[in-house]
Write a protein that binds this ligand. Structure first.
Ligand code: TXA
Ligand code: MG
Length: 323
């Protein structure tokens, strides 16, 4: 594994069919040439991810959507004109340049143009699409710094592009536009309200929606047990966890009202964007601090609060053996 800021070197690794971890504005991605089955296959091995779970294809700003998708509805063109580059992934029917392994054989593909300048430089230099899931081991918390990637994947990656900490901090919002009614498959870095202002109301994912394994209950989980509750319930939950090493994850202003909780206080910024930006780092740091339980205060479900609440609930969800 090499680590640095050499975009030309990273693009050369991709051209040779290798794996490059790179920063995006949401989280770090683990990238490979999206048009090559052999390259995309390496991602599944490195992550320990089941091969049927489709990868998002990242595109340069000047990519032609029609190379990467077919049957593109007018709503998709309108939405990406407003949202890209940015933290939005759209699901469309798969186009000719997408390798079958990239979508796990699915007839649909997730597409996104990331806003991080280093991601854009890599995509422009490489010239094609980069298939990339988050650069963590399957089921774990997504990486928001190059250090996180190295800890999780180490020598499974050929090159780690270091672009500092991610500004958004939660994954992209995923909207399915492959069927008649636009549907929200995963809340994320682009708030629902901003998307609905462009395409109208978003349906919830139903049984016929394209499978989005990121919605498995045990995803996004740290090692510690997570209990996600309304802020008013936090003191009672801390009391109920007596005898365990407890970390409390909540907006900084909440701690003043609670007084001494006899737990490790882990304040997050009070604004929703700051909360999203710091969430995954905080969960990793709480693991490193050795807590048994994280008691997390749920934010209001508006703006980025919907994504933060979603990730906290998933981290608190039942743990399968698919972490
Ligand atoms: O912000 C992000 O989206 C980050 C950065 C690296 O771009 N990527 C990311 O990838 O979160 P990943 O693989 O960890 O999550 C992608 C989600 C998965 O839940 C996957 O199932 C879903 O996108 N997905 C990808 N292609 C899909 C498709 N064709 N149909 C349904 N879901 C799809
Ligand atoms: Mg992921």
């Amino acid at each position: 594994m090499e680590r640095g800021t050499d975009v030309a070197r990273a693009a050369a690794v991709l051209r040779a069919g290798g794996l490059v971890a790179f920063p995006t504005e949401t989280v770090y991605g683990l990238g490979a040439d999206a048009s090559r089955d052999d390259a995309a296959a390496k991602i599944f091995t490195a992550k320990g991810r089941p091969r049927g779970h489709p990868l998002i294809v990242h595109l340069p700003v000047d990519a032609r959507l029609d190379d990467w998708a077919i049957d593109i509805p007018e709503t998709a063109r309108r939405l990406v004109a407003a949202a890209w580059p940015g933290p939005l992934t759209i699901i469309l029917r798969r186009g000719p340049r997408v390798a079958s392994a990239t979508t796990g054989g699915a007839p649909t593909v997730g597409l996104r143009v990331p806003a991080h300048p280093m991601a854009q430089a890599l995509l422009a230099t490489f010239g094609g699409g980069i298939a990339a899931p988050s650069a963590n081991r399957f089921g774990a918390v997504s990486p928001t710094s190059a250090d996180h990637v190295v800890v999780d994947l180490g020598d499974a990656v050929d090159y780690v592009l270091d672009g500092g900490s991610c500004a958004v901090g939660v994954e992209s919002t995923i909207v399915d536009l492959s069927r008649a009614q636009p549907a929200l498959l995963r809340p994320g870095g682009m708030p629902r309200e901003a998307i609905e202002a462009i395409v109208g109301p978003l349906a919830a994912a139903d049984a016929d929606a394209p499978a989005a394994p990121g919605t498995l209950a045990s995803h996004y989980a740290p090692r510690a047990e997570v209990i996600a509750v309304e802020p008013a319930q936090v003191p009672a939950q801390v009391a109920a966890a007596a005898g365990k090493r407890v970390g409390v994850l909540a907006p900084a202003s909440a701690f003043a009202a609670w007084g001494d909780l006899h737990a490790l206080a882990w304040p997050l910024p009070d604004d929703l964007a700051g909360m999203a930006r710091e969430l995954y780092r905080a969960l990793r740091d709480l693991d490193a601090a050795g807590v048994d339980v994280v008691i997390a205060a749920l934010p209001p479900s508006i703006g980025l609060g919907e994504a933060v609440g979603d990730r906290l609930r998933r981290a608190a969800g039942p743990r399968g053996n698919d972490r």
